[in-house]
Design a protein around this ligand. Structure first.
Ligand SMILES: [Ca+2]
Length: 328
């Protein structure tokens, strides 16, 4: 994090130069422009951004049928900040180009449109409702389950799939499953997946696949303590895999979901610089490494706000300094 000092006026100018930003909070003690997320969505137009304050109280189910960017406070932001919890999310057919970031989506995200980005979030269930959608980007999330419904041009990168969850139903050769961490309980990480490129992932106790996974290329993955560490298997090909090798995480005493664990590789790990692109295998490798353990978005956040006056005459000038910082 790089602390920086920004003038409030400069921030307002930067925001107003882009599409409209609308703020939402369902906490009466921390009010924003809107208290209802759905009302804010309905008022927004294509290209708008909604900042949704985490309050610890879940926002009820929402439907989105336009192109929006929705950014929450994260799924585990540092105290006293609270997570932005949103229940069921419907991305309808006109929501293409939408992005959801930094939320705790504790129910299902139903997708009816192409061109969707889901990032920096904790997501229970990803469920495209239309077969063969295009361009789904899913990165930097904690995920329980993701179905692809045979989408094309899927980037599933640098996610942590946990708690017995897995990814499923893909037949396109334009699916890239890369730099993820699968931690589960002797269950398959991939199911009913064909023709995908599966690179630089770590499978810890979570099986690299089963008989329903065919024709994929597995390259430079690590498997460890699974029921069958063998990669590649069946009709799948690939090379450069580290089979039955301890990835040597910095701090992960077990495979349960814990935001305090650290899955960066220790210096002695065989996974260092061993990915197909010469960076680390696992979530800290690839062109966009794992950013943080809390889901906080890469936007400026106000840390201090000081008004420098004791008395100001009517029509006088009030000077203020604002300190803000931005996540990586
Ligand atoms: Ca490294």
């Amino acid at each position: 994090m790089k602390p920086s000092i920004l003038l409030f006026a400069a921030m307002l100018a930067a925001i107003s130069a882009q599409a409209t930003v609308r703020t939402v909070s369902n906490s009466p003690s921390q009010p924003a422009q809107y208290s209802s997320l759905q009302v804010a969505i309905d008022a927004a137009v294509n290209g708008d951004t909604l900042y949704v304050l985490g309050t610890g109280t879940a926002y009820p189910a929402i439907t989105i049928d336009k192109q929006l960017t929705i950014i929450g406070s994260g799924y585990a932001p540092p105290a006293p900040a609270q997570p932005t919890v949103i229940s069921t999310i419907y991305l309808y057919s006109n929501a293409g180009g939408s992005k959801l970031s930094s939320i705790d989506a504790n129910s299902t995200i139903y997708i009816y449109c192409s061109d969707v980005t889901l990032e920096r979030s904790r997501i229970y269930y990803i469920a495209p409702q239309v077969a063969g959608l295009n361009n789904l980007v899913i990165r930097h999330n904690y995920i329980y389950y993701a179905g692809f419904n045979n989408a094309n041009s899927v980037l599933f990168a640098n996610n942590i799939v946990h708690s017995g969850g897995y990814i499923q139903t893909s037949n396109s050769a334009s699916v890239l499953i890369t730099n993820n961490l699968f931690i589960s309980y002797y269950w398959h990480a991939l199911n009913t997946i064909s023709n995908a490129l599966v690179t630089n992932n770590i499978f810890w106790q979570s099986l690299p696949g089963d008989a329903s996974v065919t024709g994929c290329t597995y390259s430079n993955n690590i498997s460890y303590q699974t029921a069958n560490d063998n990669i590649p298997f069946g009709t799948n090909g690939g090379s450069g895999n580290l089979v039955g090798v301890n990835p040597q995480f910095t701090n992960a005493p077990n495979n349960t979901l814990n935001f305090a664990y650290n899955y960066d590789l220790l210096p002695g790990s065989a996974g260092n610089n061993a990915g197909t692109d010469g960076t680390d295998i696992g979530i800290y490798g690839g062109p966009a490494p794992w950013p943080n353990q809390n889901g906080v978005a890469r936007i400026p956040r106000v840390r201090e706000f000081n008004l420098q006056f004791s008395q100001v005459p009517q029509g006088g000038t009030v000077n203020a300094t604002v300190k803000a910082n931005k996540e990586n």
